[in-house]
Design a protein around this ligand. Structure first.
Ligand SMILES: Nc1ncnc2c1ncn2[C@@H]1O[C@H](COP(=O)(O)OP(=O)(O)OP(=O)(O)O)[C@@H](O)[C@H]1O
Length: 213
């Protein structure tokens, strides 16, 4: 079954057609990699999936229901969006891992946070580290853990390993592949990374706002 489905989705700003009558399906356990030249519309597809913006025309469904009819707060818990060079919140690393519990009004699960930290090779001692003191690679890993404290149905990744070194990239991809396989989370990843593209399960190329087949 499709977890996200685009039906003839267009996105236009002024006279500029950014996406043109796009049909696209993300199945329950897909790992979809979106590629294409710069400016083709890849990030726009992700921001539409994340409901940061709304389609100009057409319909986007989540598990068979029009997203326009769904509660945006609940939707964002199911469809989680991670960007390149994400901002960290609060003062410490742990503030970021507490945040998902705070917005849900539930108790923070420190064991879960520590388990995730270990999976991306961050020591427990880093919990108290100030966010302004973490490196770019650490920041990307911490932000990704924030997305995974509560497992979404779909994880949207916008060039999240761009600018990271090979070691950091491998750590990040290992966790993503693991949650995809173990927890059956659908992944939609926009990338220019050659290695990621070579290892991709399903690739979609976007050219001038359309899927090129
Ligand atoms: N709000 C907006 N107003 C005007 N133009 C926009 C807006 N959002 C996106 N665009 C334009 O739409 C096109 C597609 O942008 P998008 O960011 O989706 O491309 P992309 O394929 O992700 O590119 P890149 O690989 O460089 O990140 C670009 O030409 C961009 O300038």
């Amino acid at each position: 079954m499709a977890v996200i489905e685009f039906k003839q989705v267009s996105y236009q700003v002024g006279d500029k057609k950014i996406l043109n009558q796009l049909d696209l399906e993300v199945a329950d356990n897909d790992y979809l990699t979106i590629v294409g030249l710069s400016g083709g519309g890849k990030s726009t597809i992700l921001t539409l999936m994340a409901q940061m913006i709304s389609a100009t025309s057409g319909e986007i469904d989540f598990q068979g229901q029009n997203v326009m009819e769904l509660d945006p707060v609940k939707y964002r818990r199911e469809v989680s969006y991670c960007v390149q060079r994400p901002a960290l919140f609060g003062e410490t690393v742990e503030d970021n891992l507490k945040f998902p519990a705070e917005v849900r009004g539930v108790e923070y699960n420190r064991d879960r946070a520590l388990e995730l930290m270990a999976r991306v090779q961050l020591p427990a001692s880093m919990m108290d580290q100030k966010v302004i003191e973490v490196s770019g690679g650490e920041r990307q890993r911490i932000a990704l853990l924030r997305n995974l404290m509560y497992l979404p149905k779909v994880l949207l990744l916008d060039e999240i390993t761009t600018g990271l070194d090979a070691e950091n990239k491998a750590i990040v991809w290992n966790l993503i592949r693991a949650v995809h396989q173990e927890e059956q989370i659908a992944i939609v990843s926009v990338t220019h990374d050659q290695q990621e593209i070579e290892n991709a399960e399903k690739v979609i190329a976007v050219v001038d706002g359309r899927i090129s087949r």
